[in-house]
Design a protein around this ligand. Structure first.
Ligand SMILES: Nc1ncnc2c1ncn2[C@@H]1O[C@H](COP(=O)(O)OP(=O)(O)OP(=O)(O)O)[C@@H](O)[C@H]1O
Ligand SMILES: [Mg+2]
Length: 499
């Protein structure tokens, strides 16, 4: 057997004259988990999309089992044994879970009819083995992003592939689901399946990785790290960003005794029940919970995207009934969703995305002033270090993490006071995270408040003043972050469900 099941040699790729991959070499061994690291915009997804046939390299070679291969398109890539789980989900929300998994790949029975029963049985079996309780006949859109991410992963691994590319597979998963995913990966590794694993969560590198390659600005930094045991998180950060980061969680507490928003026994009748909490001026209230804890729906309800069936909300001392998002925005609420596609106008320029809900100084006689918008956008591009060629660049052409920064910038730009953030650093690299945290510090120092849903435990503990834990729609604990631990949060969030 060849040492490498897959090799990419001297891969070069540019978009509109800008080179994003500058001669990358990359090799995958049979049965290994090869971690691909790099800052937002380093070129990780582009490199993998060349492998999966989404893009064509300008030059360079791909070798599969030692033989030169031309990947024509994604279907061809799959036929070559390469399966890719994309960073942005590609499920069809309107069809059932089982249909999504088997779409275009249904098992046929002897008579060449589509064998739905076999498909259902196999799907059910996979989910059962993983201990995931989901109705495979239900509409995919009825599940939240974490489950959808798992569905997307199963869709790829259920096919006959030799190499699985996982582009930030855990960005919407909580620890318990991540454990499940890691379990599947180790099982498949035993069968000789290889993985390319892209992540911004460095602790995962040590848990799941066999070797690591770091990309920076379209080039590999050093050679592939053969032995993960000999490297540290600090080394990896230095390779990725070219400097050390002293403080990964630069928390400055600005919490005051003044209550900004109080929820009293609110329910939506379906996803969360009898939830009470107080969010103070200057506070970051973290919300912990597993997939299905109801916390994202709570966030949506506060923003007027779901109806409350019970309970009341007091906002700035007055009774407040969420009506719809524009009403929420008028009241200086802002919502940063974890699904970037919801929060961004992907086909519009960065400028429009950042300035969309701000009028002051940007609109005259009903027209938007492009020059002023450009200036405003440039301010945030600089402040958040957004990797973009100009404010006119379309949001869809930004790397994932940079899209997230644009989503945050939009709310800061329009004077939001109450930020509801659902996984604010999803897909954001180590350096840029610090920038997001600094922004959160700035928001709270200026008297704003943040309700921060996060599945990232170190982030929850590092950035929140207090942490509310939810389980199956109910609040199970309210903890001061200074005096709580990851274990305690997990216990309150999962209880007996932890293996
Ligand atoms: N279709 C495209 N058109 C123009 N530019 C693109 C396109 N796709 C990617 N780019 C640019 O190529 C560079 C690399 O992007 P890529 O998505 O590969 O980064 P990444 O390493 O996956 O980052 P992230 O961690 O944020 O996902 C970025 O500067 C990005 O803006
Ligand atoms: Mg990417």
């Amino acid at each position: 057997m060849a040492e490498y099941i897959l090799e990419m040699k001297d891969i070069v790729k540019s978009f509109y004259g800008i080179t994003v991959l500058r001669g990358v070499n990359f090799g995958v061994r049979p049965g290994e988990v090869h971690v691909l690291l790099g800052e937002n915009g380093a070129g990780k997804s582009t490199l993998m999309k060349i492998l999966s046939g989404v893009y064509k390299a300008d030059s360079g070679d791909i070798l599969i089992d030692g033989e030169k291969a031309t990947v024509r398109d994604p279907a061809h890539s799959l036929a070559l044994g390469i399966g890719m789980v994309y960073q942005e989900l590609s499920l069809v929300p309107e069809v059932s879970v089982v249909e999504n998994i088997w779409l275009g790949n249904l098992p046929a029975n002897k008579m060449k009819f589509v064998d739905w029963e076999a498909a259902k049985k196999k799907t059910k079996q996979i989910f059962d083995e993983l201990g995931i309780d989901i109705d495979i006949n239900a509409k995919t859109s009825s599940y939240d992003l974490g489950i959808q991410q798992l569905i997307e992963i199963f869709r790829v691994i259920s096919k006959d592939v030799k190499i699985v590319i996982l582009d930030e597979p855990t960005s919407s998963l909580t620890d318990v689901e991540v454990e499940k995913l890691f379990h599947i990966i180790s099982e498949l590794k035993k069968q000789g399946i290889s993985f390319v694993y892209i992540t911004h969560k460095l602790e995962e590198v040590f848990e799941i990785g066999d070797r690591v390659t770091v990309l920076r600005d379209g080039s590999t930094i050093g050679s592939t790290i053969e032995n993960i045991g000999e490297t540290t998180e600090d080394d990896l950060v230095r390779m990725m960003v070219g400097r050390t980061i002293d403080e990964q969680y630069p928390k400055v507490s600005s919490v005051t005794p003044e209550v900004m928003l109080e929820a009293r026994g609110v329910s939506d009748g379906k996803n969360f029940f009898d939830v009470s909490f107080a969010l103070h001026k200057g506070e970051v209230l973290g919300v912990a919970g597993l997939v299905g804890s109801g916390r994202s729906n709570l966030a949506r309800a506060l923003f007027g995207l779901r109806r409350l069936t019970k309970g009341e909300i007091i906002y700035k001392g007055k009774r407040y009934t969420p009506k719809n998002p524009s009403h929420a925005i008028e009241n200086r609420f802002g919502l940063i969703t974890k699904d970037r596609k919801d929060g961004l106008l992907l086909h519009m320029p960065i400028r429009t995305n950042i300035c969309v809900s701000k009028k002051d100084g940007l609109v005259k006689g009903g027209f938007r002033l492009r020059g002023n918008e450009n200036k405003e956008a440039e301010k945030y591009i600089k402040l958040l270090n957004i990797d973009a060629s100009s404010p006119g660049q379309k949001a869809r052409d930004l790397s994932g993490g940079n899209q997230q920064k644009v989503a945050v910038a939009r709310w800061i730009c329009n004077g939001t006071e109450l930020f509801i953030m659902d996984e604010p650093t999803r897909g954001v690299d180590v350096g840029a995270r610090v920038e997001v945290y600094n922004l959160i510090n700035e928001i709270t120092a200026n008297g704003g408040a943040v309700l921060m849903i996060s599945s990232d435990m170190p982030e929850l503990l590092g950035i929140s003043d207090n942490i509310m834990v939810m389980k199956k729609g109910r609040v199970t604990a309210m903890l001061e972050s200074g005096e709580c631990t990851q274990e305690l949060i997990l216990e309150k969030a999962a209880g007996s469900e932890i293996k």
